[in-house]
Design a protein around this ligand. Structure first.
Ligand SMILES: Nc1ncnc2c1ncn2[C@@H]1O[C@H](COP(=O)(O)OP(=O)(O)OP(=O)(O)O)[C@@H](O)[C@H]1O
Ligand SMILES: [Mg+2]
Length: 254
């Protein structure tokens, strides 16, 4: 008798759970669609504010207000893009892709962010490295890391992006469960302000930022870590305050 009741309750529980999951999936799709539209509208606000600023002398009435609108719209776009990236990394699809190409494409995306006082170097690997990955998401990680590096050097410096196979002897640095696999490493090295030890413990937490006045969402590294972990990889940071920082991403080969 108990067994019959248990099975009945269990069936009801599973049916309710399935209904709740379905509702959540529909709401997720709805929210993601809204966020896309929202992001497009923010693009229009940010774009028009920038255009208006181009034609305004700095001392014109309303210049500061339009500047505020432009900054706020750009930050809101950053947040929306980060949230959309979480959605994309839940549904991501992995295919064998060349890390050499991913690296060069990411560097191309960064062109407009590199100021004259920054020397930016991309060192492609000597051999072809193929990983199983969603290329847009890995590009997004490299862009996030490079943007952080650039932002850590307001007075200039250098950023180097490297990519290589992890040599056999070094594989123990990665505490992967499957030690038999070979890994690819992407490194983003900067000569910026560095990260104090007390901050290093928190940089991958959501909303952790040291950037003043709403200039950072604190989501860039959180999402980067989420993406890399979803690819079976790892991300680490080493830093010497005042000297610079090295972010290392390890990805299993295809
Ligand atoms: N290369 C770096 N050099 C110095 N500090 C860094 C570097 N990368 C990250 N950080 C520190 O880690 C914090 C968190 O970085 P994260 O990318 O998650 O957020 P953010 O850059 O502040 O905001 P957003 O990515 O939305 O612009 C930064 O605010 C900064 O303090
Ligand atoms: Mg960032």
């Amino acid at each position: 008798m108990n067994a019959i009741m248990d099975t009945g309750c269990e069936a009801q529980f599973h049916a309710r759970q399935a209904f709740a999951d379905e509702k959540l999936a529909v709401m997720g799709q709805f929210a993601s669609g809204m966020l896309h539209d929202f992001n497009n509208m923010l693009g229009i606000i940010a774009g028009n504010a920038s255009l208006a600023l181009q034609d305004m002398p700095r001392n014109a009435a309303g210049y500061e207000e339009v500047l505020e609108i432009s900054h706020a719209a750009r930050r809101a776009q950053d947040i929306a893009n980060h949230i959309l990236a979480i959605g994309r990394s839940i549904e991501f699809s992995k295919t064998p892709v060349s890390l050499n190409e991913i690296m060069l494409d990411s560097c191309r995306l960064l062109k407009s962010s590199i100021k004259a006082n920054i020397s930016f170097k991309a060192v492609p690997p000597s051999e072809q490295i193929v990983v199983n990955a969603d290329r847009c998401l890995i590009e997004q990680v490299i862009v996030n890391l490079c943007k952080n590096a650039i932002q850590a050097m307001p007075h200039g410096g250098s950023v180097t992006v490297k990519c290589h196979l992890v040599p056999d002897g070094n594989r123990k640095i990665a505490s992967f469960e499957d030690k038999s696999k070979t890994f690819a490493a992407i490194k983003v090295i900067d000569t910026g302000c560095g990260i104090p030890a007390e901050n290093l413990l928190h940089i991958f937490e959501p909303f952790f930022t040291t950037k003043p006045g709403g200039h950072g969402t604190g989501l860039g590294l959180f999402i980067s870590k989420y993406i890399i972990q979803n690819h079976g990889g790892q991300i680490h940071a080493n830093s010497i305050p005042g000297m610079g920082t090295i972010f290392s991403v390890l990805l299993p080969l295809a």
